[in-house]
Design a protein around this ligand. Structure first.
Ligand code: GUN
Length: 282
């Protein structure tokens, strides 16, 4: 049976309409949620992501500003800029677009952002709180994935979730959030020797590898829920995920497409986190 396609685009649209309402309510109370984004250098992919974030903020009524810094910015200069935003009461969320030029240590930058403004959910305090299940800013892509599963009432508790990929931004935290929802979680990665044997056991399969066709029909159990986090650009300029979508959709019960799957949800959860920061809930 062909899988039901989970449209991140449609869900993102629905959620953003609700957020619009929340932002107007905050505005009525004199609170104007604001996201500050720092973009260092001129990486074209980063520029395009930052533009997407700016546009999404505008549509939702969230204020945003983008601080552009030269590619030869020093770590000290960047940390000083972050401190200014940490101290600015009109700024609720701070996002430093990654990757950063090589002279700057990413972890040092993440550690410097006030955890109360860390709408990326990358600060060690937020990661720690996520692990213990306390209130925290959750990293946007994993948060978006859980929101997609819940929107379709897909059961997570007691299910076997297999995460392929172990990045700090996606793989590790999505496994933790699935565990928090009482799934049994297996992590696979580039050194996993029996990948297919493990993915074939997945009720929920998360592909966060960054490689075209890394997950094919033979990796998927009949009826599995397949979430494709990959964003890979093909030579013709089009985008594709990590999953062989055409083959996978014949075996899966639910599947996310690329584009219009997880991608639009990532930005949506950033907006959600910015509203949360403005409410001062962290
Ligand atoms: N670069 C790629 N994804 C992300 C993200 O989620 N947050 C930030 N800050 N940079 C990124």
């Amino acid at each position: 049976m062909a899988a039901e396609i989970i449209s991140g685009k449609d869900l993102a649209h629905e959620l953003r309409l609700e957020m619009n309402q929340k932002v107007s309510e905050l505005n009525d109370r004199g609170i104007y949620p604001k996201l500050s984004v720092i973009l260092v250098g001129d990486n074209p992919a980063s520029k395009s992501y930052v533009n997407g974030k700016k546009k999404a903020c505008k549509e939702t009524g969230i204020l945003s500003d983008v601080i552009e810094m030269d590619s030869d910015t020093t770590e000290t200069q960047l940390l000083q800029q972050i401190e200014i935003l940490n101290e600015d009461p009109s700024v609720h969320g701070i996002l430093v677009q990654l990757p950063l030029p090589k002279q700057i240590r990413e972890q040092k930058v993440i550690d410097t952002i006030s955890y109360e403004k860390d709408v990326d959910g990358f600060h060690p305090i937020n990661i720690g709180r996520m692990m213990t299940g306390e209130d925290a800013f959750l990293p946007c892509t994993p948060f978006g994935i859980i929101t997609m599963l819940k929107s379709k009432n897909i059961p997570i508790a007691g299910k076997h979730a297999v995460v392929v990929g172990r990045s700090n931004i996606v793989g590790k935290p999505v496994g933790q959030l699935l565990l928090n929802e009482h799934a049994t979680v297996t992590y696979c990665h580039s050194r996993t020797s029996n990948l297919q044997q493990l993915t074939q056991q997945a009720d929920i399969l998360i592909a966060a590898v960054g490689k075209v066709n890394a997950i094919r029909a033979e990796h998927i159990k009949e009826g599995a829920v397949v979430i494709d986090v990959g964003i890979n650009r093909l030579e013709d300029g089009s985008l594709t995920g990590d999953v062989d979508f055409e083959a996978a959709k014949e075996k899966a019960s639910y599947i996310t497409p690329v584009p219009r799957g997880v991608g639009p949800m990532t930005i949506t959860m950033l907006l959600e986190n910015t509203i949360k920061a403005a409410k001062g809930l962290a």
